[in-house]
Design a protein around this ligand. Structure first.
Ligand code: LER
Ligand code: MN
Length: 266
C-alpha cells in the first residue's frame, strides 16, 4: 500500500484538508515528510497549470492517485442531480475536464459531493436516473480513467451513504471503470461494520481515505487502524491510503503524525 495526503490546489471552504494552496511549497513539504503521493483537490482543472504541475510532480517523485472534485459543488453548486439541466450539464462537463487532467496524471477522479443532493420537489427515482445517466456519460467518455464513488455520511450528503448503496449504484452504471472510494471517517458513522464493508467492496475498491473518528490524523481518535489495514491487506488492496484530515493541531504536525503512525502499518 502507498501513503498519500490531500492537498487543495487552491483555497477552499472544505475543512478536512491539511494543506491548501501554495502548491509548490506544500508539495515539496509532503514529499520531504515521506508521502508517496498527493491527492489533489481541484475545483476546476482550468485553474491548474498542467505543465508546471507535471514538472513539479516529477521533480519531487510524487504520484497523484486521485483528483477530488467536490469543490465544484461546494463553491459553485454544480451537481449531477440538480433539477436545472444547465447545472447538470456543467457538472458532467466539469468531470469530463477532470478526466482529461486525470489521464495526463494517471490519476482517478473522485465522485463525492459533485453528485449533489436530492432537490425538494424531485422524486428519489428521478434523482437516481439523473445520477446514473451522468455517471454513464462520464464513464463512457474515457474508459481508461477510473471514476470512484465515495459513500459520504448522512450529515454531508443524502445520496449514497454506505458501501452497499455504492455497490448498487455501480451495478446500475455498469462500467468497469467505475469503482469505490471508501473513507474511514464516513464508514465509522454509516457502516454496520467497517471491516465487513471493506470486504463487500473487494476488487471494486480503488482508493481509500484515512482519517480518525474525529477526522484528525490516524491515531488521534478511536478507530482501529491496525485492523482496518489488516482487512485491506486481506482483500489484497494495493492502492493508496490517503489522509483527508483536519489541519489539527496544525497541518505539519497532522501530516507528520500520519506518516509516523501509518508507515508501520501499511
Ligand atoms: C471528500 O472526500 C469527503 O470525504 C467528504 O467529506 C466531502 O465533504
Ligand atoms: Mn473522503
Amino acid at each position: 500500500m502507498k501513503l498519500g495526503i490531500v492537498l487543495s490546489t487552491q483555497a477552499a471552504k472544505f475543512s478536512a484538508l491539511a494543506y491548501k494552496g501554495q502548491l509548490a511549497e506544500n508539495a515539496a513539504k509532503i514529499s520531504r515528510l515521506g508521502f508517496d503521493g498527493i491527492e489533489l483537490a481541484i475545483r476546476d482543472p482550468k485553474l491548474v497549470n498542467q505543465a508546471e504541475l507535471k514538472y513539479l510532480l516529477s521533480e519531487l517523485d510524487l504520484t497523484v492517485p486521485a483528483i477530488g472534485t467536490g469543490q465544484a459543488f461546494g463553491e459553485e453548486g454544480l451537481s449531477f442531480v440538480d433539477p436545472d439541466q444547465t447545472i447538470r450539464r456543467q457538472a458532467i462537463d466539469r468531470i469530463k475536464a477532470q478526466m482529461h487532467l486525470a489521464e495526463e496524471l494517471e490519476a482517478m477522479v473522485i465522485i463525492g459531493l459533485i453528485r449533489g443532493f436530492r432537490a425538494k420537489d424531485t422524486t428519489a427515482q428521478q434523482t437516481d436516473i439523473w445520477l446514473v445517466e451522468a455517471l454513464r456519460e462520464c464513464a463512457r467518455e474515457n474508459e481508461g480513467v477510473k471514476l470512484i464513488i465515495e459513500p459520504i455520511n448522512r450529515y454531508e450528503s443524502d445520496l449514497i451513504g454506505t458501501v452497499q448503496e455504492g455497490m448498487e449504484l455501480m451495478e446500475k452504471v455498469e462500467y468497469p471503470n467505475v469503482g469505490l472510494l471508501l473513507d474511514s471517517f464516513h464508514m465509522n458513522i454509516e457502516e454496520p461494520s467497517i471491516y465487513e464493508s471493506i470486504r463487500l467492496a473487494r476488487e471494486r475498491l480503488y482508493h481509500f481515505h484515512i482519517a480518525d473518528s474525529n477526522r484528525w490524523y490516524p491515531g488521534a481518535g478511536h478507530l482501529d487502524f491496525p485492523k482496518i489495514i489488516d482487512t485491506l491487506k486481506e482483500i489484497n488492496y494495493q492502492g493508496f491510503v490517503s489522509a483527508e484530515i483536519l489541519p489539527q493541531p496544525d497541518p505539519d504536525v497532522a501530516a507528520e503524525q500520519t506518516v509516523a503512525y501509518m508507515r508501520n502499518l501499511i
